[in-house]
Design a protein around this ligand. Structure first.
Ligand code: AMP
Ligand code: ZN
Length: 473
């Protein structure tokens, strides 16, 4: 299949043409959320840009199978093997069981995704579903001499590999600096970079989730889940593996180490990483500063799709700084955009030649290392051009298969949301008139009383230069 999609492959450290293992088909894996808390909008930036990649692949004709895990066990508060278990921490914080926490935050994650028009992957698999597969892979690694047992735990022996640091020219010393700062050394490890495949000698006596294994009761390390879950659904060869840049080391490095040692051959050809969203203070956090979630944006009156629009305006390989000022601008631009599309005349003939020209420009932008900002510029250029409204509308619909900004439906939905049934509308208009008369007569107490009365009915009044306007609260 001929296509020109190029994107940055972290493995080769260059922008490359994408060629899948099987013609026309893509096996794609995404590291899913650790469901101990709400996702912050930084996490969701990664999922939005991965969604863009998946939809671009589909747009240019690929048959994509996408798999995602849900981390509901094993992820410690450091990405190395130290700190507290994130799930257990969440359960303690909320006085719930680990499984209750996992269910609640998994649902919350998908609800956020749906508000952001992020497609749910074809397969979603919680780590706790796959314990036998983890045990099987660990047994095989032990048999092949890539793993060892020490102090009750099973570790991967990184010294057995010629090239453990596949993603980086950096050496172990540099990569481990951040990790080492807050870490107590694990005496059982033969090499500093070794990592846990299975914990039995848990420092968490109160660990709720434990399973029998050939090495005693325990639970899996974090990295093993992605190797096993992807192989369970995608087989031994994968085309694209995605995640945020923080996943490169140690998580993805460890995934490659254990998967290729287990398989005895190369596993995944393309690694797609999304750079971080930061706030003004630097790193986005779930515990410090303002915890930026979709719910918070909604509370502040933003349509979640404005956040998606904001993300698509920047390149996935650049860090992005969040600010409410920029989001305000995006919000105004988004409203204008969907209004323009929503008020196009839909009837009439679509000019097929023009349609294909613009489709080609849009596709070329995406195929150029997923340049979503340029793809949006193509959309604006198209809307500004003098082609027919029907053609514009058809193109907006077509582009939205990838952009997923509800381009053709958002305006009508906004209008609907602001529509009242006939009786209520007549009542609101009569009260507004009455309030205007009260204000003229300088009876401000009466005017305020009418405003409060309408507010109780869920109607907010705004005094504007063009007169009084109302909207639903
Ligand atoms: P977690 O729930 O911590 O496992 O993270 C879910 C996803 O969000 C992973 O792919 C991370 O790499 C990604 N991620 C974490 N922080 C950020 C951030 N500030 N910006 C973008 N992606 C992030
Ligand atoms: Zn993963």
């Amino acid at each position: 299949m001929e296509n020109k999609l190029h994107f940055y492959n972290t493995l080769t450290r260059k922008v490359e043409q994408f060629i899948p293992n099987e013609d026309g088909k893509v096996a794609m894996y995404t590291c899913g959320p650790t469901v101990y808390h709400f996702a912050h909008i930084g996490n969701l930036r990664s999922y939005i840009m991965e969604d863009l990649l998946e939809k671009t692949l589909r747009y240019i004709g690929y048959d994509v199978k996408r798999v995602m895990n849900i981390t509901d066990v094993g992820h410690l508060s450091s990405d190395g093997d130290t700190g507290e278990d994130k799930m257990l921490k969440g359960a303690k914080r909320e006085h719930k069981t680990v499984m209750e926490i996992a269910k609640f935050y998994t649902d919350a994650f998908f609800s956020d995704c749906s508000k952001l028009n992020i497609k749910t992957p074809d397969v979603v698999e919680p780590a706790t579903n796959c314990i036998p597969q983890f045990i099987h892979m660990i047994e095989a690694l032990l048999e092949k001499g890539f793993a060892y047992q020490a102090g009750g735990n099973i570790y991967f022996d990184t010294s057995k590999l010629k090239d453990y640091y596949v993603f980086s020219n950096q050496n172990e010393k540099e990569l481990l600096v951040g990790v080492r700062d807050d870490v107590e050394e694990d005496e059982n490890k033969r090499n500093k970079s070794d990592f846990v495949l299975w914990f039995t000698k848990s420092k968490f006596d109160d660990q709720e989730l434990k399973w029998d294994s050939p090495w005693g009761t325990g639970y899996p390390g974090w990295h093993i889940e992605c190797s096993c879950i992807s192989m369970k659904h995608l087989g031994e060869y994968m085309d694209i593996h995605c995640g945020g840049v923080d996943n490169i080391f140690p998580h993805h490095t460890n995934e490659v180490a254990q998967s290729e040692s287990y398989l005895g051959h190369k596993w995944c050809n393309y690694w797609f990483h999304v750079h971080h969203l930061n706030d003004k203070s630097g790193k986005m956090s779930k515990s410090k500063g303002e915890f930026l979630t979709v719910a918070l944006l909604e509370e502040k009156g933003y349509d979640p799709l404005v956040y998606r629009f904001f993300c698509l305006q920047s390149h996935y390989r650049k860090p992005l700084e969040f600010s409410y000022e920029v989001l305000d601008n995006m919000s105004a631009a988004y409203d204008k955009l969907v209004k323009k599309i929503g008020t196009l005349e839909r009837e009439g003939e679509v000019d097929r030649g023009v349609l294909e020209d613009y489709r080609a420009r849009f596709q070329a932008a995406l195929c150029d290392d997923l340049n979503s900002a340029t793809a949006i510029t193509v959309l604006y250029d198209m809307l500004k051009s003098d082609i027919s409204d029907a053609t514009k509308y058809a193109l907006a619909q077509d582009f939205d298969m990838v952009l997923s900004l509800s381009l053709t439906t958002a305006h009508a939905a906004k209008e609907d949301a602001n529509r009242l049934d006939g009786d209520l509308e007549a009542y609101v208009l009569a009260r507004i008139e009455e309030r205007t008369a009260a204000k003229k007569a300088k009876d401000f107490a009466r005017a305020d009383a009418i405003r409060s009365e309408l507010l109780e009915k869920g109607i907010v009044l705004e005094d504007t230069r063009e007169g009084v306007k109302w909207k639903k609260a």
